[in-house]
Design a protein around this ligand. Structure first.
Ligand code: HDE
Length: 707
């Protein structure tokens, strides 16, 4: 096994995109397949036998002397490090950020100076509540953390796919997370907010109401990391070369438009493919279909901040894009998967306090608290203050300081001077401060009494929750109500259900009524007491809807094609051509993975076997069968589910006449609607793909949901 440690050995090799010294070289030996390095112990001693431990006699006890065995087991025993206390399940990839519009008048941050300049990035997407092994499609916020390796050091924009947060003060974070994660006495439920403790906490924390609306929307069940927005959440500062400050909020906008799954799909995808999101990103990048986001900034000054209805340092509020437009300043392309999951995705250490000259914090009490938490948590997780030397965390510019020693010290200062000031001249004296270019905090004036209070300007918890709700399309509003009904139906304590509903009554009457009906609450609760009784009726903000900001093509999406022996080869070919021309993907789902023999004898290899790829893992489906194939699959429960689920989830469905017996047995034949496209000749495939650009035939949804 090659050894990626930093050692004193002879050769260097690339590790990720970092050059590190690597313990290979030296002896090679010949095996079938060519020259390979000799297997060694961690100490570099060649190993002769890795199959058998050293024992006394043929059937005797194992000898303690077996240093190779002991070293191997010892290392294995220590393989795990603590998982992240939140955002444990994540998936990281590399890419670059390209500045498209210089912001030099607004910030001196080096990466924003020159249009066309590229900065390497590492991005880790995550869910929040679930453990490392939890399913990807839990209803949850997604982390969207970006490490920019800029020429002036690392900048970490540790954001989420939702622009607001649950709480206003970092001191409530442990309570929020305890309430969201498994209940401590029973150790479940895993990766779910649908339980008493979570809704108990939320219903006792009116500041969470805006976020509660967001997490019950389809934002928390994205179809792909590639199809979701990202947000820096807090208001930050930009500071320019003259020292002038401008407030900024960061936005990531997916090039392929937003898209989510529906809740019933999410439940099923978690069983069919718990790795749904990571597999999707991995496959897209491996196929060269690199996902892309635009980076946008909302810029505003103190004057706006003072006039705005809400406090700009309250992270439970957003600034509508209609009020402060998002200016696009760059694009991010993710084009490389990791070489090693542990070394990169697991060991990457994002810290909100990693900012560069030209960017600064505000007094947002969440951000201030986070600046302590992230460094602290990395020490716990990675075990040493030297985690900054791990290749994934190391800046891609020279690092010079007098910090030294500690566990796993890999690079210590050279020479005699390990302090400053010192009087050792020139290079011997080591690095020196650079007042002209070094980081300077923005000299914001602060004064006031020391108080444990919540500012009055943070007290309206309902107006923006309502604004979010009324900004949604009717389909999305229904999904929000359904999500509340689903989650609160899992809550066993009726008083908690009612308390939550009492808050919804302050948000929107229609929403509250739907939830009351859906829960069959016999007694309508009184609206919750609000710190500020009057809710402002803010205008709708179309930017907050997913469906109003969906894709304009079917690019990057995937069609599942159910095929059987004898399938019309011309239909298959024309469909494949049309799908690929759109920049979409196509997979063949066959009765057996080996594939099927088409009408002209062509062999079509299966990508999946029918019971391994239910239609929930596809954006749309095609049922292309021979009449014998349809008769066979009509008797197969998983094939009937394939059709039935695609129908229930409002997917577009292509089919040929011979496939009708399956559609009939699946119970959808009498309900063929405009979401179906019959493929008769080769031209129909194009029509189908164009139809798919709308992603779903939402008109059908209400018809398949009667309870
Ligand atoms: Fe985090 N958060 N957080 N968080 N957070 C962590 O740091 C914390 C918050 C976010 O992929 C932890 O390295 C506090 C908001 C992401 O590695 C920890 C508070 C936002 C990630 C931590 C917040 C985030 C984390 C756990 C309340 C969106 C994953 C492991 C003030 C803007 C980063 C770790 C990755 C991770 C603390 C709130 C985003 C414990 C105290 C708001 C994307 O330090």
């Amino acid at each position: 096994m090659p050894d990626d440690r930093l050692t004193s050995s002879r050769t260097t090799a690339t590790f990720g995109d970092q050059e590190v010294i690597r313990g290979e070289g030296g002896e090679t030996h010949q095996v079938a397949g060519g020259d390979v390095p000799v297997l060694t112990t961690q100490q570099g001693i060649p190993v002769s036998d890795d199959q058998n431990s050293l024992r006394i006699g043929y059937r005797g006890p194992t000898a303690l002397e077996d240093f190779h065995f002991r070293e191997k087991i010892f290392h294995f025993d220590h393989e795990r490090i603590p998982e992240r206390v939140v955002h444990a399940r994540g998936f990281g990839v590399h890419g670059y950020f390209e500045t498209t519009d210089s912001l030099s008048d607004i910030t001196r941050a080096d990466l924003f100076q020159r249009a066309g300049e590229k900065t390497p990035v590492f991005v880790r997407f995550s869910t929040v509540a679930g453990n490392k092994g939890s399913p990807d499609l839990a209803r949850d916020v997604r982390g969207f953390a970006v490490k920019f390796y800029t020429q002036e050091g690392n900048w970490d924009l540790v954001g989420n796919n939702i622009p607001v947060f649950f709480i206003q003060d970092a001191i409530k974070f442990p309570d929020l997370i305890h309430a969201a994660k498994q209940e401590p006495d029973r150790g479940f439920p895993q990766a779910q907010t649908a339980h008493d403790n979570f809704w108990d906490f939320i219903s006792l924390s009116p500041e969470s109401m805006h976020m509660a609306l967001w997490i019950m929307s389809d934002r928390t069940i994205p179809r792909s990391f590639r199809f979701m927005e990202g947000f820096g959440v807090h208001t930050f500062r930009f500071v320019n070369a003259e020292g002038k400050s401008t407030f900024v909020k960061f936005h990531w906008k997916p090039k392929l438009g937003m898209q989510s799954v529906v809740w019933n799909e999410a439940l099923k995808i978690n069983g069919a493919d718990p790795d749904f999101h990571r597999r999707d990103l991995w496959n897209a990048i491996q196929a060269g279909d690199y996902p892309e986001w635009e980076l946008g900034v909302q810029l505003f000054d103190q004057d706006f901040a003072e006039k705005f209805d809400f406090d700009v340092i309250d992270s439970t509020k957003l600034i509508p894009e209609e009020l402060v437009p998002v200016r696009i300043v760059g694009r991010m392309v993710l084009d490389r998967t990791v070489d090693n999951f542990f070394a990169e995705t697991e060991q990457v250490a994002f810290c909100t306090q990693n900012i560069v000259p030209g960017i600064d914090f505000t007094n947002d009490p969440l951000l201030q608290g986070r600046n302590f938490s992230y460094l602290d948590t990395q020490l716990k997780r990675l075990g040493s203050p030297n985690f900054t030397y791990l290749p994934i965390n190391a800046p891609k510019r020279p690092v010079n300081h007098f910090q030294q020693d500690g566990h796993m010290a890999m690079v210590n200062p050279k020479g005699r001077a390990n302090y400053e000031p010192n009087s050792w001249g020139g290079a011997a004296g080591g690095p020196r401060e650079a007042p002209d270019i070094g980081f300077k905090s923005y000299p914001a004036e602060e004064q006031g009494a020391k108080l444990r209070i919540r500012a009055e300007t943070f007290s309206d918890h309902y107006s923006q929750a309502r604004q979010f709700y009324i900004s949604q399309t009717p389909v999305e509003q229904t999904h929000i109500a359904d999500a509340f009904i689903f989650e609160l139906s899992k809550v066993k304590t009726p008083a908690i259900r009612s308390r939550m509903v009492s808050h919804l009554m302050n948000v929107d009457d229609e929403l509250a009524d739907k939830v009351i009906t859906g829960l069959r609450l016999e007694q309508k609760p009184k609206p919750a007491d609000a710190a500020r009784p009057t809710r402002k009726d803010l205008p709708a903000s179309p930017a907050l809807s997913i469906l109003l900001n969906g894709p304009d093509s079917f690019k990057g999406r995937k069609v599942g094609v159910l095929v059987s022996d004898g399938v019309d080869i011309d239909l298959v070919k024309s469909l494949k051509e049309a799908v690929l021309a759109e920049g979409a993907m196509l997979e063949f789902v066959a009765p057996m993975v080996g594939g099927v023999k088409a009408s002209d004898g062509t062999w079509i290899e299966g990508d999946e076997k029918i019971n391994g790829a239910p239609s929930v893992v596809y954006d749309s489906v095609a049922i292309l069968l021979s009449s014998a194939g349809a008769a066979l699959l009509a008797k197969e429960a998983t094939a009937r589910d394939f059709v039935n689920d695609a129908f229930a989830h409002a997917k577009f469905i292509a089919y040929n006449t011979d496939a009708m017996p399956l559609l009939d047995k699946a119970g959808v034949a009498p309900d063929i609607d405009k979401g179906f496209v019959e493929l008769k000749g080769s031209g129909d495939a194009k029509t189908f793909v164009q139809t798919c650009r709308k992603v779903r035939f939402w008109e059908r949804e209400a018809k398949v949901k009667q309870v």
